[in-house]
Design a protein around this ligand. Structure first.
Ligand SMILES: *Cc1c(COP(=O)(O)O)cnc(C)c1O
Length: 372
């Protein structure tokens, strides 16, 4: 029987009464204005998010997947084009490529950082590659500068998948602001989360911003003038209102996550599990997930569950091996040894901005107990 409370993997806004009240007031304001899609609340969030990221434009959309898909479409990347992406991401990174009509080409990753590098990208370049989508996985920033330089040399685009890295810094600039465009998800459990599905694109490219704005709303620049084939992918005003309140706390929450991650790594010091590798110079980690590497992963996971500690695996099946992409083995896929090995050893431990010292100590003690 578990007598101590469960330690959750993450925590949502209902756990913070003061924040919840502020958010409910913001939602009430939108409801009373009866402006539910786009409008002043969305425009205000877009201006504030662009300023936060240090970009000229932010365009609010309905999800991170739409942010990626519409950016690819706006860059006219589609049928016959190949897009390079890491295989150890959330499947949405690949889905967006497929939805845009292009072909995802899956990359292996650096064994230390679990991120792609310029060397890995270089080895995968080919005549049909038109875009690279680096993923700041778990909140750790990819070393983008050499990847962007390589892409410029070859005339190909770089879209940052920053869906797990809101507010992370790279050489003093925000993740998402360093390439042609950066895409964000505001799924509720992300470091900056809405009250449902939401996303955004940030960019300094005026033409790209204009096209994404049209694509998210049926190709309209002016109401009822459909210039291109678009879709329904607008950001809701209620989500924008929630995000505006929470954006003001993002830096403080990310700092709390970094602090908690350092304490958790310390609590695991005398165990054989490997905590997240320290970021390379000039990089950052905002710990969307705190992912350890370990042997006997499934047994450790069961042990932690019994101790009331929630865990998860991000992600149990690399994208190139999912039924969606491998088609039960019918579609030939590359062998990606690093990604495939990591998938068997990774484990996400509880991590959020309000995790307590006591909870961190309990996680550390439970991991230690497993190894005794
Ligand atoms: C969450 C996420 C997405 C997709 O975002 P949705 O808002 O769920 O569509 C894309 N890429 C990565 C790496 C993510 O973590």
């Amino acid at each position: 029987m578990i007598t101590t409370p469960e330690i959750p993997l993450t925590r949502l806004d209902d756990a913070d009464p003061e924040l919840l009240r502020e958010l409910l007031d913001a939602v009430a304001r939108v409801a009373e204005s009866a402006a539910f899609t786009l409008g002043p609340e969305v425009e205000a969030f877009e201006a504030e998010y662009a300023a936060y990221c240090g970009t000229d434009h932010a365009i609010g959309v309905s999800s991170g997947t739409e942010a990626l898909t519409l950016t690819l479409r706006a860059l006219e990347i589609g049928f016959g084009d190949e897009v390079l992406l890491p295989a150890n991401s959330f499947i949405a990174t690949a889905e967006s490529v497929t939805l845009a009509g292009a072909t995802p080409r899956f990359l292996d990753v650096d064994p230390q950082s679990a991120l792609i590098t310029a060397e890995i990208v270089q080895a995968a370049l080919g005549p049909h590659v038109r875009c690279i989508v680096p993923v700041h996985l778990y909140g750790q920033t990819v070393d983008l500068r050499p990847i962007v330089a390589l892409a410029r040399e070859h005339g190909i685009a770089v879209i940052e998948d920053a869906c797990q890295a809101h507010g992370a810094l790279l050489g003093g600039r925000r993740a998402g602001s360093l390439a042609d465009a950066g895409c964000f998800s505001f799924y509720p459990s992300k470091n900056l989360g809405a009250w449902g599905d939401a996303g955004a694109i940030v960019t300094n490219d005026e033409r790209l911003a204009e096209r994404v704005r049209m694509l998210r709303a049926h190709g309209e620049r002016t109401r009822c003038e459909h210039e291109i084939v678009g879709t329904t992918a607008r950001l809701d005003a209620i989500q924008a209102a929630v995000l505006r309140v929470k954006l003001r706390h993002l830096d403080e929450w990310n700092a709390a996550r970094r602090h908690a991650a350092a304490a958790l790594a310390e609590a695991l010091r005398d165990t054989p599990v490997v905590p997240p590798a320290p970021p390379h110079r000039g990089a950052d980690h905002v710990f969307h997930q705190f992912v350890i590497r370990c042997e006997h992963r499934d047994a450790l996971r069961a042990h932690l569950a019994k101790a009331g500690i929630a865990t998860a695996i991000h992600y149990p099946v690399p994208i190139h091996l999912t039924a969606a992409y491998a088609g039960d083995g019918r579609n030939p896929q590359p062998s990606l040894p690093v990604v495939e090995r990591l998938a068997k050893r990774i484990l996400s431990l509880p991590m959020h901005s309000a995790i307590s010292d006591e909870e961190i100590a309990r996680v550390g003690a439970a991991v230690q107990a497993f190894h005794r």
